[in-house]
Design a binder for this molecule. Sequence first.
Ligand code: NAP
Length: 255
Amino acid sequence: MNKLSGKTALVTGSSRGIGRATAIGLAREGALVAVHYARNGQAAQETVEFIEKVGGRAFTVHAELGVPGDIDQLFSGLEAGLQEHTGQTTLDILVNNAGETLPTGAAPEEVSAEQFDRLYAVNAKAPFFIAQRALGLIPDGGRIINISSGLTRVANPSQTVYSMTKGAIEQLTLHLARHLAPREINVNTVIPGITDNGNTIFKIPEVREQMSQLSAFKRIGEPDEVADAIVFLATDEARWITGAALDASGGSLLG
Ligand code: NAP
């Protein structure tokens, strides 16, 4: 425990799901965590309260990504929170986790230009510009962890555009890793498989059973199982890993 004591972290989209579990995991290791959210201020506040209850430190940051001014809003909240809690604005760990999908999916023939632009704005453009802006705050030896999806490895036509955006974030990892290696900033991707984020779909027994069959372990992943992989990449134990994509999908579609 306390492998990250004295460190600071931003986890985008940490009001719920994998992001929330990651914020809790990083805070358990001693990091001060900025819990970012878009719409669910209450859930973000609950994440902070949970972290504080177990002895950690965190604060909320609000910014809807994918709209004009998003990066400015995110960083003004982040820097104010860091300043208040640490007296400076150093950010050691960035986790680009926030993401959206088309809730019910859509065949390629049915995707509108607006839907396409929105998914790219939130899932690909925002992480790029968050990383770009964060570079002014991340010291040598820092970490960037981008969250992709198992759908970059297997075809699912109803999620074509979502999967394209996740391909983009894996490319971001590859090229940033090389670019930032002289500063010993490690950049990696984590690839979750189907993970129970509390969405109502996970409450339907038949759907659950079907989804479970995709994992080699024949069950659905829990957010903390993905978060543990993310937290590992943030620790010193992962110092020799950069430009990598770590599969945290419970062996989905291993064959
Ligand atoms: P989730 O439960 O749906 O939560 C999404 C989080 O992102 C929330 O905190 C949400 O904030 C935030 N967010 C969404 N759109 C945003 C926007 N436009 N601006 C700012 N914040 C936004 O997510 P999850 O299922 O844990 O997924 C986390 C990451 O893992 C995503 O990148 C996702 O693509 C990836 N992933 C998930 C699965 C899975 O099965 N769950 C599988 C593969 C990959 P609010 O609460 O304020 O809305």
